[in-house]
Design a protein around this ligand. Structure first.
Ligand code: AMP
Ligand code: FE
Ligand code: FE
Ligand code: ZN
Length: 280
């Protein structure tokens, strides 16, 4: 069993990279990819921990991108975490994110009557990247909302009272950047670009494949067996690698278990062999 989509404290997960690798070992996984939002900062610690305890760790990243058919997420597996052009671009994205966070803080303080400081958020985040999940957790701790989900529904979701858009790369540029950093670009949780019409959805996928997309997450925590079958079929027809992961965030998404998702996932190691072979 493997898990090729996970988050650590470097972004919005609750496990530090080394702790996540130890958890993977304890759960009986044979490989794990670290795919934090907009940062590769967790990879080094995870790779070192993997070496120490004997767990295969795949360095990775997850990037939000714009496309002609909306926002999507691309996971880059086997990126070189020290690739300079990629690091420069990721730093820019994080800088924009910081500016966005400051504006959101101002909104909470000045318009919504919920006092929040950057220090509190940074403590909540504990890593490289502060994101909306950290706002949500802080709002719960402050008693401004009862639940994490209420924080999103009231304030943080797109259209919410404190929501601000963030800067994103254009999908073809994100794909190119991942490839130039030695990585394999994979469409994460493809349902976010799914359309009612299957042929339109397939056209979206075709567009991404033409731009260099190499794989697609067939296995994902939220996929039904019908979804899996559809994505597997699309992967086969478009000659895409099959990937899979849970999008594990630790206590931030407590109902998603590492490697297992909602309990039904069992992603075979063989997929990783094919992803590796594609890099030769
Ligand atoms: P950010 O990168 O700061 O825009 O935050 C994105 C993260 O917020 C995603 O990875 C999800 O974990 C979480 N998220 C986004 N939209 C929602 C929502 N409507 N409900 C709950 N969590 C959400
Ligand atoms: Fe996240
Ligand atoms: Fe994602
Ligand atoms: Zn993710």
């Amino acid at each position: 069993m493997i898990d090729l989509h996970t988050h650590t404290t470097a972004s919005d997960g609750s496990f530090a990279p080394a702790a996540l690798v130890r958890l993977a070992k304890a759960e009986g996984l044979t490989a794990i990819a670290i795919t934090d939002h907009d940062t590769t900062a967790g990879n080094q610690e995870a790779l070192a921990a993997g070496k120490e305890i004997g767990m295969e760790v795949v360095p990775g990243v997850e990037i939000s991108a714009d496309s002609p058919f909306g926002t999507l997420h691309i996971v880059g597996l086997y990126i070189d975490p020290s690739n300079v052009p990629m690091e420069t671009t990721l730093k820019e994205l994080r800088d924009f994110r910081e500016a966005r966070n400051l504006k959101m803080i101002t909104r909470f303080n000045e318009e919504l009557g919920i006092p929040i400081t950057l220090e509190e958020l940074a403590t909540e985040a504990g890593g490289d990247v502060i994101g909306r999940p950290h706002f949500a957790n802080l709002l719960v701790k402050k008693g401004a909302v009862k639940t994490y989900q209420e924080a999103f529904d009231k304030y943080l979701k797109s259209g919410g009272k404190a929501y601000l858009d963030k800067k994103r790369l254009f999908a073809p540029d994100a794909i190119r950047m991942i490839k130039e950093a030695g990585g394999v670009p994979i469409l994460a949780h493809p349902y976010i670009v799914r359309e009612k019409s299957e042929s339109r959805f397939e056209a979206n996928l075709r567009y991404l494949v033409d731009e260099g997309l190499a794989g697609i997450e067939v296995y994902y925590s939220e996929h039904s067996s019908g979804d899996e079958a559809l994505y597997a079929d699309l992967a086969r027809r478009h000659n895409l690698l099959v990937s899979g992961g849970t999008d594990f965030h630790g206590t931030v998404k407590p109902d998603v278990k590492l490697g297992r998702g909602h309990g039904n996932l069992d992603i075979p190691y063989e997929l990783l062999n094919q992803i590796k072979d594609s890099r030769q």
